[in-house]
Design a protein around this ligand. Sequence first.
Ligand code: FE2
Ligand code: FE2
Length: 410
Amino acid sequence: MSATPKKTILFVDDEPNILSGLKRMFRPMRKTMKFRFAQSVPEALEVMAAEQIDVVVSDMRMPGMDGAALLTTVKNQYPHAIRIMLTGQADDESIMRTIGVTHQLLTKPTDPDVFKQVISRASALQDLMTDEKLKQLVSGIDSLPSLPETYARLQQTMQNPDCSLADVAKIIEQDLAMSAKILQLVNSAFFGLYKHINSPTRAVNLLGMDTIKALVLGVGVFSEIKSGPSKIFSISALWSHSMATAAFAKKIAGEVSEDQEMIDHCFIAGLLHDVGKLLLFSRLPEQYEQAVVMAGETDCTLDEAELRIFGTGHGEIGGYLIGLWGLPGPVVEAITFHHRIDTYPELSLCPALIVHVADYIYFRLNPDKCIGPPPELNQQAIERTTIQDHIEDWVELCRKIKEQEGEDDG
Ligand SMILES: [Fe+2]
Ligand SMILES: [Fe+2]
């Protein structure tokens, strides 16, 4: 097996002390990655012209051209490099300028372990791109979407350990369309709150910052990845499916685990598991419609039709995008593997398996909503765990959520 070539990471900062600190911090990782350092934007662009850079990490404030200007140029000239911005705690205005060009925002000072993790993950994602088919597909998409705006602000604020529920609510309130959508969702039967919530502050209080953050990302993704009208593919049906799958995955996770982080991961992975469909449809609409037609007219699933047309599926490309945005590994993996769970290396109950099951249950309860034949439960994966006996109970739990939701709609 040939080794994957080392990934090259470029750090850009005008302060020599910071650059030497970074050199020290990343020295132990030199066996697996190459590091380059530049003290200004022109120097960084020279480095990029001379060799292939996989990940660019830039400081925001620099004399002359700043970090936002650099990442804008990188986005245009080297669209497949991962772009990470370092900003100060209160750089609200400059953050606005980075929206649209940044895949991930990190607040200074960054915890060294977090920083190393972010770099390792970004580099691992570039490895995923060694899959020729996925690489070709991503190259066919001119530029991958950046982090949705309100989510980026929220993420930035929540990186501060002193961040309060009120700070989170305030950011959501500033985005009126987002606020309205979040309140509508929070009041839907998916959350079973049984009382009307009329402010983002109450919503954050009741559901917690992580669930609200996930909802902001879901709503943001669906409103910011734009697509044209289509007679054969419905974005609103995709959104309903995503929201229900998130609610089902959260419910199932709560049945099998008390680990709040794992439950949150299941919710967000459920919400975003089909984001690859949204991305493919928005960027390559004609080909995507072809896949939809193929699945509708033949007996192959939509996932198989995607494989025939694009050489890879919505799970892989969706997982790639979400990884690019720095979401936790279990979430990225759940999205990537939800149709190929038998190839997922982990044997235990994990978000990937739970989302696979939640997706199956959704189409079992709503067979008319499926394009092509409904996805089947992967027996091989199910048999590796102990969940076989619980599936029918979970179907009933999810049926109750669906019925409640139906009453609310009516
Ligand atoms: Fe899917
Ligand atoms: Fe799905």
